[in-house]
Design a protein around this ligand. Sequence first.
Ligand SMILES: [Mn+2]
Length: 317
Amino acid sequence: MSTPIGPTDSSLVPRFAGPATFARLPRTDEVAKTDIAVVGIPFDSGVSYRPGARFGPAAIREASRLLRPYNPGLDVSPFAEVQVADGGDIAVNPFAIKEAIATVEASASELLSQGTRLVTLGGDHTIALPLLRAVHRVHGPVALLHFDAHLDTWDTYFGAPYTHGTPFRRAVEEGILDTEALTHVGIRGPLYGKKDLEDDRRFGFGIVTAADVMRRGVDEIADMVRQRIGNRPLYVSVDIDVLDPAHAPGTGTPEAGGLTSRELLELLRGLASCNLVGADVVEVSPAYDHAQITATAAAHVAYDLVSLLALTAKKDR
Ligand SMILES: [Mn+2]
């Protein structure tokens, strides 16, 4: 394999100059073959409260200018060891949710069929469903580790089945998840009723609340999650509202009492031995952000997800 083309050298071109691709990486059309693509999906027509996540990909890319090539938390230089590139945005119809979902599924499937692994920047959480469909086509039913304040296993809003609060219920119904290995982390806040939890348990989900992370600590939770996942193909979906509003104010449905960005990053690093096959970071809504707090957190989360995928890609080689 040829040497990967890395980010623009910040000793030659300052970080604040030039267009913002993710981590100042080359675009996919500038490299021969992409092992890992960071792709944006600027779609927020599935939100139930504050909109604006359509601007998430651009904000995360802008905040990612400061990322550096070596990840000491995972002892990997992802951009040097495999070819990582920015795949641009999947352009989806903002006026037709079903069509948007079909576009995401088709675009993601095409990239996966070329052997490219995906870290997707949302966009609202609706996009997780077509991304999981695409991953299922390659890997069969996958384990899901879902970081979120919310369950996202509700049935409908205003009769609408495809929204940012329903992707994982649809995914279970479609049989594309491995129901032996489904975990939410960071759940908190009021629900519509106790039935929300009963339904969620019936679908096979285990719940690690935000309070569990605080009481039991990151290492114990990571151990528990790893045991549940085993060596199954794993998809990680990170709703940035898993973080406390102090760490991620720029999001559509904030809930008090969340994780710190330090806890989230350390939980992700606990997945180094897992067989990660895809990931997303969703629900960054920059209009509600201050001082790039949320976009910076999301950029670092995406960087650790790229690093984890780089570890998987190296093992597969
Ligand atoms: Mn969500």
